[in-house]
Design a protein around this ligand. Structure first.
Ligand code: CA
Length: 524
């Protein structure tokens, strides 16, 4: 084709006068350039995937938070799309990360709970992208107990990581960085982009914050000092007819630690030895100057704590302490998202870069009296999720369809122009974003949680637009049914009400169908 094209041009040039020949050549130059085949990599979008750890959607203003403003995270949603019903398939750190990497449920990718070790030999999103010519990297929290594979560069926090002067494992080599972990992780990310932006790149920025023990950066230590946060409506949940909730040990009123969660010194207070040690280890990493500022900032809390005499006041005070430090960490996450977005702007990369913001799961901030995650109730089952890609996604979209962390790998692969491997169980969200009709999209969400820690029971369940059916099966064996329209706070278990028998039978049949579809061995 190109040979014929050049041949014709040559012939025309031979037939005309030199001056006209020059003018014609100048006129034909753009045509000739556009006719040459382009580098197939040139148009592929870059991908920046930002994920924080335990970030509740209740603390993102794009989701209507009354607790905090998150202008940078909101910007991603405003200039792209916000998923209003995004869920995880197994609400706990390691398993969620494994689902994102593989596009497969926990029982398929093999990482069921945090004690597992991720089999990095299997197919993953970065490996497929690499085959498509992408440079790949991950910085920050990894938490999969095996070395990352499929990344050209990895620089990860060992285990849960530390907030101050964090240790990193840089491609197998221990390295300590001065500074605050959220800033350090972002620094490493931006340095890597600077060195790799000449090729399409895929970068996972995995923030440790706001994971327990929520140690805020120095500049935020006095934020929200004068704010009093309202308790959620169901903070004093009596757990009536809900056996699994009754025996759990992640209650704000009883199970938070005074030192790591309230940042006060109380050697005689009950706390798990491991938690106490972890917090003391974290404090030791502060420089003497930092420690001075830290102690000064928490002096007021220390004296408040000592003056409280009754348990109810103490529980509410602990709630305020927890929320304050959690939000101070979120503020730093948002500031660092801002840095990433501004860097992409400044480098002219924003237009052709997909930016995703999400968390590995949601988080309870006092709902049902809980903190932490795990349960299939909305606040930890749902997760924040948004995507920006100016070239292909219209700004300001609000997506009501169910999307899952399972969909992240197929979605990014489709936008990257790669073939989505047939064994990935998620679906690309591109059609939903493009509003292509008719939409054959999931009408419910299947969930399965395994880890039996803190008095929790393994459970699976189904959520439709209106109802949620949960089966706790080990060690507690009980069913729960909620009408999310009438009871959005999930306080009234309807399972034993005879009038719902037909509905329950229908939901159970659908649950079974999903278990078979996703090849969950529990269906047998
Ligand atoms: Ca987490």
């Amino acid at each position: 084709m190109m040979t014929i094209f050049s041949g014709i041009i040559k012939l025309i040039l031979q037939l005309i006068q030199p001056k006209a020949r020059f003018i014609l050549l100048v006129m034909l130059l753009p045509v000739a350039i556009s006719a040459y085949p382009q580098d197939p990599l040139a148009k592929k979008p870059n991908i920046v995937f930002i994920m924080s750890d335990d970030h509740a959607y209740q603390t993102i203003s794009a989701y209507g938070s009354k607790l905090i403003n998150t202008p940078a995270i909101d910007r991603i949603a405003r200039e792209g799309a916000l998923f209003k019903k995004a869920f995880v398939t197994n609400s706990i750190c390691g398993p969620s990360r494994a689902v994102i990497l593989t596009g497969k449920y926990s029982h398929i990718n093999g990482f069921m709970d945090n004690n597992d070790r991720f089999n990095g030999d299997q197919q993953t999103l970065p490996k497929v992208l690499r085959k498509e010519g992408y440079r790949t990297a991950i910085v920050g929290k990894w938490h999969l107990n095996s070395e990352p594979q499929g990344f050209d560069y990895w620089n990860i926090l060992p285990g849960q990581g530390e907030y101050y002067q964090p240790n990193f494992n840089k491609m197998g080599k221990d390295t300590v960085y001065n500074g605050y972990v959220t800033d350090v992780t972002t620094n490493l990310a931006l340095e890597w982009i600077a060195d790799n932006k000449d090729k399409p790149f895929f970068l996972m920025i995995h923030q440790k914050a706001p994971h327990r023990n929520q140690m805020p950066p120095l500049e935020n230590l006095n934020l929200f000092n004068d704010r009093k946060f309202d308790l959620p409506a169901n903070f004093y949940d009596d757990y009536k007819n809900r056996e699994a909730l009754k025996v759990n040990k992640i209650r704000m009123a009883d199970d938070l630690d005074f030192d790591q969660d309230s940042k006060v010194i109380c050697d005689t207070c009950p706390a798990s030895k491991n938690n106490r040690k972890a917090y003391q280890r974290g404090l030791k990493r502060l420089t003497p100057e930092q420690r001075k500022l830290w102690d000064k900032a928490y002096a007021k809390e220390q004296s408040e704590f000592l003056s409280i005499k009754d348990e109810k006041t103490l529980a509410q005070w602990q709630y305020q302490r927890f929320i304050q430090d959690y939000l101070r960490c979120i503020k730093s996450v948002d500031d660092n998202v801002d840095r990433v977005l501004k860097y992409l702007d400044a480098q002219g990369l924003a237009e052709n870069t997909i930016v995703v913001y999400t968390s590995d799961q949601g988080f309870y901030l006092g709902e049902h009296g809980l903190y932490d995650k795990r349960f299939m109730y909305e606040e930890s089952f749902r997760t924040p999720m948004m995507i920006r890609y100016p070239k292909a996604i219209k700004a300001g979209k609000q997506i009501d369809q169910f999307v899952l962390n399972l969909d992240i790998a197929p979605t990014l692969l489709q936008y990257a122009g790669a073939k989505v491997p047939a064994d990935m169980q998620g679906a690309s969200v591109k059609n939903v974003l493009d509003e292509k009709k008719p939409l054959d999209w999931r009408e419910n969400v299947y969930y399965h949680y395994y880890e039996k820690l803190y008095g929790l029971s393994a459970h699976y369940g189904l959520r439709t637009d209106r109802y949620k059916l949960i089966h706790f099966y080990d060690p507690v064996d009980s069913w729960e049914l909620y009408d999310l329209k009438e009871d959005p706070n999930e306080m009234k278990n309807l399972y034993k009400e005879p009038k719902h028998a037909q509905l329950i039978a229908k939901l159970k049949a659908e649950l079974k169908k999903q278990q078979i579809k996703y090849q969950d061995p529990i269906a047998k």
